[in-house]
Design a protein around this ligand. Structure first.
Ligand code: GDP
Length: 297
């Protein structure tokens, strides 16, 4: 289960406070040392952890806690609030274009769940808004990626625009957008190529697609199982493409929590959705407060 290690460690740390009628500054310091270790072990970014601990410690040695009759609850409340803040405080909606179509470019490393997430997002838009999206297959390096997208399109009964693997992806996107405008699709999702790591050729191609399509959203799909690496990937893509948000996948696995807790603080960009399974319905809007509650158990 996601965050299991982190949840257990935090709960254990807080349970030591529960028996206490009064909490001293020394108790708070000791507890925060343990919280710090728990966060680092969950692969939370070092600087994010440092700032988080400092903020919680400052609040927790205030009168709000030290003079409280229920100090343990007060501390947990502060930790909950600050975890929520680190993850962005509130859910952030999709940027919709003032005039259809809203163009969403999906980017990410190979295997992160980009193509699957494109399908999930289509399903979400169909369910929530009765949308009529078009998918564009712009990953021309893997024939299997185009087939995968076509299969998803059939399952969801949405058109998938592709021109095989021999045409420049920018041209494919241009033609796909023309079709979407003609057929009045309200959303266009562009599935772009991924690589095993960030390289200049990939980034150049993505920038060319971005320049042409002028997307309303550039959603970076990252695999939460990769922990700190997911945060680095988010930093890299954001520097190169100025992404608008993140889809964090595979939160149904035993991910430790580092990516969920670090990405917003490191990149300044919100996690907009989380993937919680392989099925097309397994996509949820990311709510920082619910995630904090889940972590604190
Ligand atoms: P891409 O290379 O980034 O397009 O990745 P794919 O969309 O092909 O996904 C790679 C693998 O991850 C596939 O086996 C997906 O079923 C799986 N996957 C994607 N998202 C999730 C998720 O949220 N949870 C789980 N358990 N698996 C996922």
């Amino acid at each position: 289960m996601a965050f299991e290690g982190l949840s257990e460690r935090l709960q254990k740390t807080f349970s030591k406070l529960r028996g206490k009628g009064k909490v001293t500054e020394a108790d708070v310091r000791e507890m925060m040392r343990e919280v710090r270790l728990a966060l680092l072990e969950a692969d939370v970014n070092f600087d994010v952890t440092k700032t988080f601990i400092k903020t919680v410690r400052e609040r927790a040695v205030g009168s709000e806690v030290l003079e409280s009759l229920t100090p343990a609850q007060q501390v947990i409340k502060i930790v909950n609030e600050e975890l929520t803040k680190v993850m962005g405080t509130t859910a952030v909606a999709l940027n919709n274009a003032p005039k259809i179509p809203t163009i969403i470019m999906m980017v990410g490393l190979q295997g992160a769940g980009k193509t699957t997430s494109a399908g999930k997002l289509v399903h979400y838009l169909q369910t929530e808004q009765k949308a009529r999206p078009l998918l564009i297959a712009a990953d021309v390096y893997r024939p299997a990626a185009i087939e995968q997208l076509q299969t998803i399109g059939q399952q969801l009964q949405v058109p998938v625009y592709d021109e095989g693997t021999q045409v420049d992806p920018v041209t494919i996107v241009e033609h796909g957008l023309t079709q979407a405008r003609e057929q009045k699709n309200d959303y266009v999702l562009i599935d772009t190529a991924g690589r095993l790591e960030i390289d200049t050729q990939l980034m150049d191609e993505l920038r060319r697609i971005k320049d042409l399509a002028q997307p309303n959203e550039i959603l970076l799909v990252v695999d939460s199982m990769t922990g700190q690496a997911a945060t680095h990937v988010a930093e890299g893509f954001n520097e190169q493409l100025d992404i608008t948000g993140v889809i964090l996948t595979k939160l149904d696995g035993d991910t430790r929590g580092g990516a969920a807790l670090s990405i917003r603080a490191v990149t300044g960009k919100p996690i907009k959705f989380i993937g919680s399974g392989e099925k097309l319905a397994a996509l949820e809007v990311f709510h920082p407060d619910r995630m904090a509650n889940r972590i604190l158990g």
